[in-house]
Design a protein around this ligand. Structure first.
Ligand code: IPD
Ligand code: CA
Ligand code: CA
Length: 273
């Protein structure tokens, strides 16, 4: 295992311990509101502190972009961290959430870890080295088109500016597939695409830490990832389409005609939500 991936795994497992301990006594967890339907708990913060401590000890010169603590400067390497992806699920005792850690070098994601502390599934990928779940090599599903597929998505819940457009895409895809799921942790949803459990995924209004690790997992498992215009700016633009090569193409084909210019034109303001 690449040494940086090893550090990411160690950090993710420590965060996982913080999260599972607190999951057993949710009534004691202190919660604050960051914005509309956007919560942060002391568990998010403690899990993030545990991750950053492990990373800083190993790589004091690296930059960090973490959901709760924000950005701190460093060299060309940047750790992109979501200490608890799926906070709303966590706070409701709904056991679908994960730790997501990625290492970016310049513009490329090089290492990725997504850890589900409940199922203890550890998803890992290194650029060029494949994607794995607990040592088992991952491949995206063999789906050759939307017919018969199971897709994942995230419903808008913080900002409803593009709700009608989102629902139009939802309708179009619902009519072409076997079903759509909204599990509630974008990072884990992307890991499930890499694992072939979902054939494709799309969402708007995401942040880099929701997607960075999952995108590398999917690419290393033979899948495709892009923004809504088919370009590479998904981390900057907060929108993602992913899937097996054919499912990915067909999702894009279905949703592009339903989306406004503001969501398709890469020159428009980044991450409108
Ligand atoms: C959220 C989850 C959710 C997605 C949201 C994210 P958080 O992350 O990934 O699935 O729909 O957009 O913000 O806030 O629980 O870390
Ligand atoms: Ca998140
Ligand atoms: Ca989070």
């Amino acid at each position: 295992m690449h040494p940086a991936l090893n550090i990411a795994v160690k950090a993710a497992r420590q965060a996982g311990t913080v999260i599972t301990r607190a999951f057993g006594r949710l009534e004691d967890v202190k919660v604050a509101t960051k914005g509309n339907n956007d919560f942060v708990s002391e568990v998010d913060q403690r899990a993030e502190a545990a991750i950053i401590q492990v990373i800083r000890q190993a790589y004091p010169d690296h930059a960090i972009l973490a959901e709760e603590g924000g950005a701190s400067d460093g060299n060309d390497y940047c750790w992109i961290i979501d200490p608890l992806d799926g906070t709303t699920n966590f706070l409701h005792g709904f056991p679908q959430f994960a730790v997501s850690i990625a290492l970016r070098h310049q513009s490329e994601i090089e290492q990725a870890v997504i850890y589900d502390p409940i199922s203890q599934e550890l998803f890992t990928a290194s650029r060029g080295g494949g994607a794995f779940c607990n040592q088992r090599r991952l491949r995206v599903s063999s789906a050759k088109g939307l017919n018969g597929t199971l897709l994942g998505t995230g419903f808008p819940f913080r900002d409803f500016a593009y709700l009608d457009e989102y629902l139009a895409c939802f309708r179009a895809l619902l009519l072409k597939t076997s079903g759509i799921r909204r599990p509630g942790s974008a990072a884990l949803d992307l890991a499930y695409v890499a694992a072939g459990r979902l054939d494709g995924f799309w969402e708007i209004g995401l942040k880099p830490w929701d997607m960075a690790a999952g995108a590398l997992l999917i690419q290393e498992a033979g899948g495709m990832v892009s923004d809504f215009s088919g370009g590479n700016a998904y981390l900057e633009r907060g929108q993602v389409v992913a899937g097996t090569p054919r499912v990915f193409q067909e999702i894009l084909q279905e949703i592009k005609p339903l989306l406004p210019e503001a969501l398709l034109n890469p020159k428009q303001a980044a991450n409108p939500l």
